[in-house]
Ligand binder design. Structure first.
Ligand SMILES: Cc1cc2nc3c(=O)[nH]c(=O)nc-3n(C[C@H](O)[C@H](O)[C@H](O)COP(=O)(O)O)c2cc1C
Length: 193
């Protein structure tokens, strides 16, 4: 499959999605990642994640497009339950994704703590077409969750600064978020603190 993926929700810049992968034994895994659009598509996966170890073995990843704040938080820290997954030609994707794209992954570069892969779309589907205005509460959850995954990765001197930022984002979620974003913030605090 060739061409532009914006009709599947993967636009310019970096698109935050929930990646699904599977282990050699076929166990599904989900975790947030950013799909990088440089004209061609890439993903940078940091060492230590299940997603990276699965991709190194299977050379496949699905980008699931979702606006569900709670799914981002849970999948960042735990795995999603089986009920969240369905399969397309045997590969796990999220049942509730607005859209998904399944990519073949080819390693292109690496650093001390990451591998980068070029992505080639093999299959894609739109499940739900919907319009949604920007919600600052959702954006704040995404920012807070990224920060929280850094807390988990590098327990270090910056922790206080990170916690302060998470508290700031919590204020935005309180002011601007809907129920789902508020639930996600509650869950994030439970998982992290
Ligand atoms: C919005 C968001 C984007 C993220 N993007 C990436 C990414 O591009 N690459 C990466 O390695 N980790 C990324 N992370 C962190 C991983 O999701 C996190 O380390 C997770 O615990 C990995 O789970 P796993 O072990 O199930 O793969 C991101 C986290 C969030 C919240």
């Amino acid at each position: 499959m060739k061409g532009e993926l914006s009709e599947f929700g993967i636009g310019e810049g970096i698109s935050e999605v929930i990646a699904t992968t599977e282990s050699e034994k076929g166990e599904p895994n989900a975790a947030p990642v950013g799909i990088i659009n440089r004209g061609r598509y890439f993903v940078r996966l940091y060492k230590g994640s299940k997603t990276l170890s699965n991709v190194l073995k299977t050379h496949k990843i699905a980008a699931n497009v979702s606006n569900d704040a709670l799914l981002f938080v849970i999948s960042a820290f735990q795995n999603l339950s089986e009920a969240h997954f369905t399969r397309f030609q045997g590969f796990p994707v999220l049942r509730d994704a607005d859209a998904w794209v399944i990519f073949k992954c080819e390693p292109t570069s690496s650093g001390n703590d990451f591998f980068e892969f070029e992505l080639r779309a093999q299959a894609a589907k739109v499940n739900k077409r919907r319009v949604r205005a920007i919600n600052r509460g959702l954006n704040a959850i995404i920012e807070a969750t990224i920060l929280a995954t850094r807390l988990k990765l590098y327990a270090n001197d910056c922790d206080d600064a990170i916690l302060e930022k998470i508290n700031y984002y919590e204020g935005i979620v309180e002011k601007c978020g809907g129920e789902r974003e508020k639930e996600a913030m509650k869950m994030l605090k439970m998982l992290v603190f």
